[in-house]
Design a protein around this ligand. Structure first.
Ligand code: GDP
Length: 447
């Protein structure tokens, strides 16, 4: 994830301030140095780094921490605000009819992002269509078509046509019923004159409402030149940063945003059509600083709930806080978790779990967890309603029947029952909390 290193190194430095109520000049200098080091090693442009660190330094020295605030929280707030300011607001994307043009070098993730964005708009209730005008890269047509099928969105392309401008025009006509048109364009390995001429011609033909530049998070200092070239030729309203699931540093993309005086529209976090997030500056920086991104998490939960909710309308997560926690509740929870996406991404959004904590787990730990969840689900499918509602009735002979019915090993079935018991106990603790405790906990999470 972008600037991950900043989050963890900064937390380390901030931890040394624990217990202090005032910051000395040395403290501020140490923090600012750490921020500079992390940003520079993440490929953020030097002048941007200086601007940011100057602002943090003067605010940390001049502003009085509000009463009751520790020096650590005060400085964290300043760093947070300045970073939010640096990345800026997300690109405005009204949920209405529009044409979006995607530009970028070959391999930056344009085609993938086109399908992902179409999926995103379709989930918002709009009717998107992707128009593939890339006649340069063999395979671009098939790739786009397949991804759009997976995203269940309309697609237009013509593998036999040679003129991208004509494809764009035909595409807009053929998909006239759609409300959001996403026009994917060809890239080249480098910025070449013919690429620029082609995209200018397409831009004139489709007259987009906004043009977005797609950048691989791994892009380094080259981002500046690329961004300014595209900015000059077609005008860039927003940036899509892809491959944030990798080890990329991402600083170059921030530089590009600054260079084009634009903003970030979307983040790409994987290879499937659902791996896209609308950029939310505050959530993004909270996550970066290891504060967890509650807003993103709750959006994912809501989306997953909406999808799982269809077949069991009686199930309400709030019921968890009342009455007993059954295996059925646990099964629902697992379905929801599965729909929210890869467990490690979900964990990254939970306060206290993100910011490199997952890196400390062995690589296969998450796979094991996901395989285990699948086994649990299969075992539960072999249980009767009575057993799901009241797992206490499951004795040895019932365990043996479930093992025979599901083909899941006895050890795993026992682990499932054990896990349920643990979750049940945890939830009972929540139930015992008074409203005041609950409010304090929520407040803490929101900070
Ligand atoms: P284009 O040439 O700009 O259209 O790029 P593609 O959409 O074909 O993407 C190039 C490669 O990057 C493909 O293998 C994609 O699967 C991969 N890719 C795109 N976006 C992401 C992302 O967010 N995460 C990961 N891991 N891979 C991505």
């Amino acid at each position: 994830m972008v600037l991950d290193d900043l989050g963890s190194s900064l937390r380390g430095t901030l931890d040394t301030l624990q217990g202090k109520s005032r910051l000395s000049e040395d403290d501020v200098e140490a923090i600012v140095k750490e921020i500079q080091r992390s940003l520079l090693s993440a490929d953020v442009d030097v002048s941007l780094v200086m601007e940011l660190s100057d602002a943090i330094e003067s605010r940390a020295l001049e502003e009085e921490p509000p009463g009751g605030t520790t020096a650590r929280d005060h400085v964290l707030k300043i760093v947070y605000e300045e970073l939010v300011d640096l990345v800026g607001d997300s690109t405005e994307l009204p949920l209405e009819s529009q044409t979006i043009l995607l530009a970028g070098l070959q391999g930056s993730g344009k085609t993938t992002s086109a399908a992902k964005m179409a999926w995103w708009f379709s989930k918002k209730g709009l009717r998107p269509a992707v128009i593939q005008t890339d006649t340069f890269r063999p395979g671009a047509y098939d790739q786009a078509k397949q991804m759009c099928e997976r995203a269940e969105v309309e697609f237009y392309g013509d593998p036999d046509a040679e003129d991208p401008v004509q494809i764009a025009r035909d595409g807009l006509e053929e998909t006239a019923d759609a409300d959001v048109h996403i026009v994917d364009t060809a890239g080249r390995h480098a910025l070449e004159d013919d690429l620029i001429a082609e995209i200018e011609a397409i831009e004139t033909a489709v007259d987009p409402d906004r043009s977005l530049l797609v950048l691989d998070a791994a892009i380094g200092q080259g981002a500046k030149e690329q961004a300014s070239q595209f900015e000059q030729s077609i005008g860039i309203e927003g940036v899509v940063i892809t491959k944030l699931d990798g080890t990329a540093k991402g600083g170059g993309a921030l530089t590009a945003v600054n260079e084009t005086d634009s903003s970030i529209a979307f983040l790409g976090t994987g290879e499937t059509v659902q791996d896209i997030e609308r950029f939310e500056p505050s959530g993004f920086i909270s996550r970066l600083l290891g504060m967890g991104d509650l807003k993103q998490l709750s959006e994912r939960v809501e989306r997953a709930m909406a999808e799982t909710g269809d077949d069991d309308e009686d199930w309400d997560p709030e019921d968890l806080l009342e009455g007993s926690f059954t295996l059925k509740d646990m099964q629902k929870q697992m379905e929801t978790m599965n729909k929210m996406g890869p467990l490690d991404q979900v964990m990254d959004m939970i306060p206290g779990m993100g910011g490199g904590m997952m890196d400390q787990l062995p690589d296969d730990a998450m796979d094991v967890t996901q395989n285990r969840m699948r086994d649990f689900e299969v075992a539960m499918d072999s249980m009767t309603d009575e057993e799901l509602e009241n797992p206490r009735v499951i004795g040895q002979s019932r365990v043996e029947r479930i093992v025979r019915g599901s083909g899941i090993e006895e050890e795993t079935v026992r682990e499932l029952l054990e896990q349920h018991k643990m979750m049940d106990q945890t939830i009972s603790q929540f139930q015992g909390m008074g409203d005041g405790d609950m409010q304090r906990m929520m407040k803490k999470l929101e900070q």
